[in-house]
Write a protein that binds this ligand. Structure first.
Ligand code: F0G
Length: 470
């Protein structure tokens, strides 16, 4: 079956190292290049794919539940750009039905003109985060290669996404690895509720990822972390939807939180391909925002201690990265941030993110947990709640406007990666009046004040007492 299909598939996997460039068939399950160890891309024989002349072609695939998978899914709507398997093989649970929101209240906080600032609200996905874009693609590939079990390490959202796809499709059984005490309750509750096997290990996300990569390689369990190149194909579609909702205009800026750097990698690949295909004539700039307590990319790329790491046509300075990681280990330095989704020491997609930064003339910034929580409160007050990691994008946008890097007239899109209800503890601690809860939840991250808190009012249950507050 696989052999027959291979003949009609116009995609392959390829090592991103220009000095290697090893190619692999689409039905191989790999997390890196067998020869040089670099990450892999999914690439296509573009000449053989019926790519449309104009992006307006995709307007025919507006959402509907009765029009087939391309109308049902905001990922597969753009099938021509990720046609690594035939249409009849695609897996979908209705992911990617997300929209770009004109966020005027938030725009004044950020300092960008009303009507020029948008939030891409990925919390609307079935499991409440952007991960479902990639999971649809990973499940499509995993079930194609005949895997029976799928696993991931997670700070919570990948595991919630894997769990929902497993429960809804029954195609692969889910096994999730999480660091103990490292995952927000909303996310943990999803993995448990959707029935995934949940393994809590001593350690953090990096420890869990190392372990699950080892177990997946040795046991044949299908890995759905973002080192799986098929997952990133699904995540490219977030950018197609942004352009689609802007009437196929290309924004000036895309701003995204940086954790394991899968999104940043996928977004860059989307723009590299659209430019190559001649479907856009401008590339947006990208800003990747680290939490200050989890700032490896910022340290390596920005003005941090390590120096200026650049993609350099694929020949980036691996020694600089190794030295930085060795130093982190020697000093027992571990990421620590309220934005638990992006609490990551060694981002697995670092090299691909460097490629994105080069192609999109990108910048990297870090924001403090205080800035993250204040931005989150503004996003919520504007009617678009999100979890702390997502708010890093808005806090980063504000910083870049203050620095004069982003002009107030520039068309700017921040990606809201995860839903507000993912981490209710952080939200209630910020807005609530319980000082102990505040200290135990937020104080550990040097958050000292809740500058935009909407405090609940305590009052005796008497009409006149209550009326005094109204
Ligand atoms: N925002 C949210 C809400 C996330 O869950 C993540 C990653 C990111 C941003 C960072 O995205 O890794 O593509 O740079 N969460 C992963 C997880 C690590 O396990 O759920 P990235």
């Amino acid at each position: 079956m696989v052999t027959n299909l291979r003949k009609i598939i116009m995609a392959y996997q390829v090592c991103i190292n220009p000095d290697c460039g090893c190619r692999y068939e689409i039905d191989r399950v790999l997390h890196s290049c067998n020869v040089c160890g670099e990450l892999l891309d999914v690439d296509y024989e573009w000449d053989l794919i019926p790519v449309p002349d104009s992006l307006c072609y995709f307007d025919r695939y507006r959402f509907s539940s009765s029009g087939g998978v391309r109308n049902f899914s905001g990922v597969w709507r753009y099938y021509e750009f990720l046609s690594f398997l035939p249409l009849e093989r695609l897996v979908s649970i209705g992911e990617g039905r997300t929209i770009l929101q004109d966020a005027r209240f938030v725009s004044s906080f950020v300092g960008i003109d009303a009507g020029r600032f948008f939030l891409q609200y990925e919390g609307f996905n079935p499991s409440g985060s952007f991960k479902d874009n990639g999971m649809a693609a990973a499940f499509t590939h995993g079930s194609f290669v005949g895997a029976k079990q799928a696993a991931c390490a997670s700070t919570g959202n990948t595991s919630a996404s894997l769990a929902i796809y497993s429960a809804a499709t029954r195609l692969m059984e889910a096994v999730v690895f999480v660091g103990s005490g490292k995952i927000a309750y909303g996310k943990l509750s999803q993995a448990l509720d959707y029935g995934s096997k949940t393994i809590q290990i001593d350690g953090d996300f990096d420890d869990a990822l190392l372990r699950v990569r080892q177990i997946a390689s040795e046991s044949g369990i299908y890995l759905v972390n973002s080192v799986n190149p098929f997952r990133l194909e699904g995540q490219k579609t977030i950018m197609y939807r942004v352009l689609d909702d802007l009437g196929w205009r290309v924004p000036d800026w895309i701003i995204v939180p940086g954790g394991n750097l899968g999104n940043a990698s996928a977004f860059g690949k989307a723009f590299i391909e659209l430019r190559k295909l001649g479907l856009i004539d401008k590339t947006p700039r990208i800003a990747i925002i680290n939490a200050a307590g989890s700032n490896t990319l910022h340290q390596l790329y920005g003005d941090g201690e390590a120096g200026k790491l650049r993609w350099n046509g694929g020949r980036y300075d691996k020694v600089m990265v190794k030295n930085f990681y060795d130093k982190m280990t020697a000093e027992s330095r571990r990421a620590h941030t309220i934005a638990s989704a992006i609490e990551i020491n060694r981002p697995a997609n670092l090299s691909k993110a460097l490629r994105t930064l080069e192609f999109c003339n990108g910048v990297v910034r870090e924001v403090t947990d205080q800035e993250i929580m204040d931005a989150k409160a503004i996003i919520g007050a504007g009617g678009f709640g999100c979890e702390p990691a997502s708010a890093a994008s808005v806090a980063g946008a504000k910083k870049l406007v203050e620095e004069g890097i982003i002009d107030k007239e520039q068309l700017t899109v921040c990606i809201l990666t995860g839903h507000q209800l993912k981490d209710p503890n952080a939200t209630v601690a910020y807005h609530g009046t319980d000082q102990n809860f505040f200290k135990n939840t937020l104080g550990k991250f040097n958050i000292t004040s809740a500058n935009f808190a909407n405090k609940p009012i305590s009052t005796p249950n008497e009409k006149n007492e209550i009326l005094k507050h109204l």
